[in-house]
Design a protein around this ligand. Structure first.
Ligand code: SF4
Ligand code: SF4
Length: 115
């Protein structure tokens, strides 16, 4: 399951540098799959669409930090617990019910991003 950031975010920025997948972005900033990963070329997304790893995409949120679900592995394979949730001072990094995945799927996601 990916983690998502709720509207309680106070934009402190503490979570962003903690993410091993570079899945967290400041509000209003465009994201790319290749940011902080070793992915090159085309990437198949969770919804089946195919994108170019370096292509820039519209921010998921404009006013608060956000997490790209396709890049979040819940820190599986890196840490015992989601690092964003561990450092967030207002506990607004929560499981995203719209992106439920098991450990096997999360490990496969990690393998895809870090060759
Ligand atoms: S749970 Fe881990 S991988 Fe997902 S956004 Fe938070 S720090 Fe990044
Ligand atoms: S640590 Fe929490 S409050 Fe701070 S930017 Fe991240 S999600 Fe927002």
């Amino acid at each position: 399951m990916a983690i998502h950031i709720t509207e309680d975010c106070i934009n402190c920025g503490a979570c962003e540098p903690e993410c091993p997948n570079n899945a967290i972005y400041e509000g209003g900033v465009e994201w790319a799959f290749a940011d902080g990963t070793t992915v090159k070329g085309e990437v198949t997304m969770l919804d089946g669409s195919v994108i170019e790893a370096t292509s820039k995409h519209a921010p998921v949120a404009e006013d608060i930090y956000y997490i790209v679900p396709d890049k979040c592995t819940e820190c599986v394979g890196f840490h015992e617990e989601p690092q964003c949730a561990a450092v967030c001072p207002v506990d607004c990094c929560l499981p995203d019910p719209e992106h439920v995945e098991n450990e096997e799927q999360l490990l496969a996601k990690k393998a895809k991003m870090h060759l």
